[in-house]
Design a protein around this ligand. Structure first.
Ligand code: ZN
Length: 139
């Protein structure tokens, strides 16, 4: 098997505490640059307070997602982690989001649904040292 792995890293500049940033076109470009025709694309982020999600890029649902996470995880709760680092809510939200997604690559393109976009989901910004890894593996 001819296994080819192409990995690229994108730095992220985050301006607010919570941000959902559409990175679909960046990921599509990396798939194109990899020249992989058939395989998988893995998008990961190496942080504990930021995740990778797939959803629709529609302003209403993006706000709904942020509000939904706020309802599930209250920032005013007493959390053990806040004794050393005042961001337990961001860790717990990230736990729900997950830190990676896997998407098939078919005929050189990401096999996303018509309404699917890929987002970097910051839960504890602003930050300037965030990054996303895009790994393309040839079948
Ligand atoms: Zn923390």
């Amino acid at each position: 098997m001819d296994l080819k792995i192409n990995q690229q890293t994108k730095p992220m500049d985050i301006k607010s505490r919570v941000e959902l940033i559409d990175i679909t076109s960046y990921v599509e470009k990396e798939v194109e640059n990899s020249r992989v025709r058939e395989g998988v694309c893995i998008i990961t982020t190496p942080h504990t307070c930021a995740g990778i999600i797939i959803n629709e890029n529609e302003p209403g649902i993006l706000l709904d997602i942020v509000n939904f996470l706020d309802k599930l995880v209250h920032s005013g709760e007493v959390y053990e982690h806040n004794k050393i680092d005042n961001n337990a809510d961001a860790h717990l939200k990230t736990l729900l989001l997950g830190s990676s997604e896997v998407i098939p690559v078919v005929e050189g393109k990401l096999e996303l649904g018509a309404w699917q976009s890929i987002f970097f989901a910051e839960m504890d910004g602003p930050r300037d040292e965030r990054r996303v890894n895009v790994i393309v593996i040839k079948k």
